[in-house]
Design a protein. Structure first.
Length: 232
């Protein structure tokens, strides 16, 4: 197995996800460092990123059987068992949350459910139970469900990403100067980038909401009218 001592020591420290307000390294600079990877390992990294970080739309929908088979085919191309497990873990949680959304919206029944991973069969069999009978196996799911029911998708995503971050960090620290170390770092970088963009979006939404509330205030409205009258 190739040892990437120079590359790993050249990667900056990523602060805890909740504290990450600015990326310590740009994607351009990160890609420049990743040229130290062999061609084969770079392909492994790119495949891992593609599977782990998917579009927001795909994360909110259940995959069809063709897509599930495609995911499994791509996963089988990953040589590292640890990385395969991390991505399987990610896709399984995607399936769980999408199933909860679909059921809540009444869009499908269990007979039309298609998902990825070890819990798919149980979800289909126990569709009408609040947490598909996974209460004991997945206590974290019980924490996320109320957020989903209340429509707090932003907070739900933050909590899930924080959990995924810890999962990746544990594996990253379990390896030293290997491809697994590099891949887990890059996957965490992707979570940090998404977190920062999400924070910026939420800040803009809050600002717009506050602006609308201020403009609807009688005092502000009267003040603006007076100002316009003075200018006319």
């Amino acid at each position: 197995m190739t040892g990437y001592y120079t590359l790993v020591t050249a990667l900056p420290n990523l602060p805890p996800l909740a504290q990450c307000k600015q990326l310590p390294i740009s994607r351009i600079a990160l890609d420049r460092r990743l040229t130290m990877l062999s061609d084969e390992d770079l392909q492994q990294l790119q495949l891992a990123e593609k599977l782990y970080h998917q579009s927001d739309l795909s994360l909110q929908t259940l995959p069809d059987q063709t897509l599930v088979k495609d995911w499994q085919h791509q996963l089988n191309q990953l040589e590292s068992p640890a990385i395969r497990e991390r991505i399987q873990f990610r896709l399984e949680w995607q399936t769980l949350l999408a199933a909860l959304r679909y059921r809540q919206q009444g869009r499908i029944g269990p007979e039309h459910f298609s998902g990825f991973g070890r819990w798919t069969g149980q979800i289909r069999r126990r569709w009408h139970e609040p947490l598909f009978g996974l209460d004991n196996a997945l206590p974290f799911l019980a924490e996320l469900q109320p957020l989903l029911q209340k429509g707090h998708s932003g907070e739900l995503e933050q909590q899930l990403n924080a959990w995924l971050w810890k999962d990746l960090l544990f594996v990253e620290r379990s390896f030293q100067f290997t491809l697994e170390t590099v891949i887990c770092f890059v996957l965490r970088w992707g979570l940090a980038e998404k977190h920062i963009k999400s924070d910026a979006t939420q800040a803009l939404v809050s600002f717009q909401r506050m602006s609308e509330q201020l403009l609807e205030s009688p005092a502000i409205t009267q003040h603006l009218q007076s100002a316009f009258e003075e200018l006319s």
